[in-house]
Design a protein around this ligand. Structure first.
Ligand code: GA4
Length: 342
């Protein structure tokens, strides 16, 4: 194969950057299933339209969230700290990561939401109902996507993936992030930064005032993210380019997590992503459902993903072991490395 000119390589990278796929869930099932596989292989991420989650459910959770974040700081802090669940502000995790945001972290199960809702709203019954309706709808969507993946990968057991999330003991999490408007000294716009080569300094340390949520991958199986119309989310492409995901309140953005990478023996790769502090005068509100198995679920590459050409890369681990390892590291840590054969 001939050596490609640097310009051609750059053009190819930019084309890939522009092409984070948008998948229409209402299209033919086989087609959708193949599109999802391709997107998970090439980007670890895709945008989803016609997803079937009702506008009413989405706007109610958005309204409840804005109502909570509009409260005085003292009141919000009564719902924190997020150890591990509750309200958090500027600190992320337990090891010194910081971000320009405040957030709510909840266990995504109805009884836990009902117990905690008293600290989030003056009408806790309404708050827990709204959160639980949203979580139930998005959990269902996660399971549909996982069934489509199982079909596309020709897995023998077509519900082997969705069962992990349907499990009543599933350790799924629900998070709402609120990024205040960026009101610091405006920076000079540099068009060269639009598709910036991946560089850890830029991702986290280079200009911390611009980072809303630092670079990381999600430890779980699949993340379903929805935001209002304020941008900031960027994913890191396989070529190391930061690709902005345009905000679209009618879509979901689906992200492959570390556990999915292990289950597929690296056929899918978890996607590193970050959120830049928003430069608009409106706050960014995003909500994520992190689909995870039960704490004692045993994770190892699916048999169909292993062959003599593709030997198993990961030692078996429980989700509990992996979660502990992930949470004991900083945000940008490469946790899967702890579980590989080498
Ligand atoms: C990233 C995905 C989810 O937001 C989260 C995050 C968690 C936290 O905020 O406490 C972590 C982060 C996330 C991965 C590494 C550890 C744990 C912060 C952090 C430094 C709730 C999750 O499950 O993992």
């Amino acid at each position: 194969m001939g050596v490609q000119s640097p310009n051609l390589v750059r053009i190819k990278k930019t084309c890939r950057a522009l092409g984070v796929p948008t998948i229409d869930l209402s299209m033919d099932r086989n087609l959708v299933s193949q599109q999802i596989i391709k997107a998970c292989e090439e980007y670890g991420c895709f945008r989803l339209t016609n997803h079937g989650v009702s506008n009413a459910i989405i706007s109610k959770i958005e309204e409840e969230s804005f109502d909570f974040f509009a409260k005085p700081a003292v009141e919000k802090h009564q719902a924190g700290p997020p150890n591990p669940f509750g309200y958090g502000c500027k600190t992320i995790g337990f090891h010194g990561d910081r971000g320009e945001l405040e957030y709510i972290l909840l266990e995504a199960n109805p009884s836990s939401v009902s117990q905690r809702s008293i600290v989030f709203s003056d009408d806790p019954a309404k708050f827990s109902c709204v959160v639980n309706d949203y979580v139930q709808a998005v959990r269902g969507l996660t399971c549909d996507i996982l069934d489509l993946v199982a079909e596309g990968l020709s897995l023998g057991d077509k519900s082997v993936l969705s069962r992990l999330i349907k499990d009543v003991e599933s350790d799924a999490i629900f998070r709402v992030n609120h990024y205040p408007p960026f009101d610091q000294t405006p920076k000079v716009y540099n068009p060269a930064h639009k598709f910036q080569l991946h560089d850890d300094k830029m991702a986290n340390n280079g200009d911390p005032s611009r980072v809303g949520f630092g670079e990381h991958s999600d430890p779980q199986i699949l993340t379903i993210l929805r935001s209002n119309d304020v941008g900031g989310l960027q994913i890191c492409s396989r070529d190391g380019l930061w690709i902005p995901i345009p905000p679209n309140p009618t879509e979901f953005c689906v992200l492959v997590g570390d556990t999915f990478q292990a289950l597929t023996n690296d056929r899918f790769k978890s996607v590193r992503h970050r959120v830049m502090a928003n430069s608009s005068n409106k706050p960014r509100l995003s909500m994520m459902f992190f689909g995870a198995p039960s704490l004692n679920a045993r994770i190892c590459p699916l048999p169909e993903m292993v062959s003599s050409h593709n030997p198993t890369l990961y030692k078996p681990f429980t989700w509990c072991e992996f979660k502990k390892a992930a949470y004991s590291q900083r945000l940008a840590g490469r946790r899967l490395d702890l579980f590989t054969y080498n």
